[in-house]
Design a protein around this ligand. Structure first.
Ligand code: SAM
Length: 243
């Protein structure tokens, strides 16, 4: 089926995109973001309210290749278990190949659609998600917020970060030109005509900012703090489920 006739928010479509680009994801995202993606993951982890991590368990939603685990385990060495949920088989394979080694007893992989998977309620001390929100439309964001609220134990904390559209920033037109024109061209040239990373620019434009997700989390009774990172090129949401 031609891509433009498909619903880009359909989880099957999203899974195919990441199954195709999984092998190159780690390098591409680091290079294309000029290293900012690493810094934003670190800031996400720093904002996670988890005062005592000893023996804690949590969930990495839309975990991808597991890039957030080193940040998480460095800052919170007491974490006992991370359940890494992702819909893409290829992203899990990449995670296992690289970042799983040495952390086997602490990381559990779950290949599943986070929106429909029946996950155990009140089981997580923390929930993190780095760059996994943008493929969700507003209705899916509400479902995700309900899933986060259900997963968290009372008093549990969450931190979510996503690339956003920096509306109001003077350099936004340049930034958009880079995302919408330069990156797709570079991808076509260097990855044999592929246009999967180009989809990430399209998702970011559609997602706009973290405002709707913040509202959805508040509607589920969670406290939420919103932070704009680097002139709004990324957005950070952190907070808690009341004890
Ligand atoms: C841009 S990657 C982010 C990966 C990683 N968290 C990081 O920091 O680089 C987005 C990930 O979300 C996953 N994803 C998208 N929709 C999903 C869904 N409904 N359920 C589970 N995973 C999903 C994709 O397979 C992909 O691995």
């Amino acid at each position: 089926m031609r891509e433009e006739t498909r619903n880009i928010h359909d989880p099957d479509f999203v899974k195919e995109v990441f199954d195709r680009c999984g092998r190159n994801y780690r390098y591409w995202s680091a290079v294309a973001s000029f290293g900012f993606i690493r810094r934003w993951r670190r800031q996400c982890v720093a904002s996670l309210p988890l005062p005592d991590s000893h023996g804690t368990q949590g969930v990495d939603l839309m975990a991808g290749t597991g890039e957030v685990w080193p940040h998480l385990l460095r800052r919170h060495p007491g974490i006992a278990r991370i359940t890494a949920i992702d819909i893409s088989h290829q992203m899990h394979l990449q995670a296992v190949a690289r970042l799983h080694r040495g952390r086997e007893n602490r990381i559990e992989h779950l290949e599943a659609n986070v929106l429909t998977r029946d996950l155990p309620g009140a089981s997580a001390d923390f929930v993190v998600a780095t760059f996994g929100l943008k493929t969700f439309d507003p209705a899916q964001q509400r479902r995700l917020a309900a899933q986060i609220a259900r997963l968290l134990r009372p008093g549990g904390g969450f931190a979510l970060v996503e690339a956003t559209d920096p509306t109001g920033w003077a350099l936004r037109p340049l930034y958009r030109f880079y995302l919408d024109r330069v990156l797709p061209l570079v991808e076509r040239l260097f990855l044999r005509g592929a246009q999967d990373f180009a989809m990430l620019g399209i998702y970011t434009r559609g997602f706009r900012d973290c405002g709707q997700m913040a509202e959805a989390l508040r509607a589920e009774g969670l406290t939420v703090t919103e932070t704009r990172l680097f002139f709004g090129c990324a957005g950070l949401l952190s907070g808690r489920k009341p004890a």
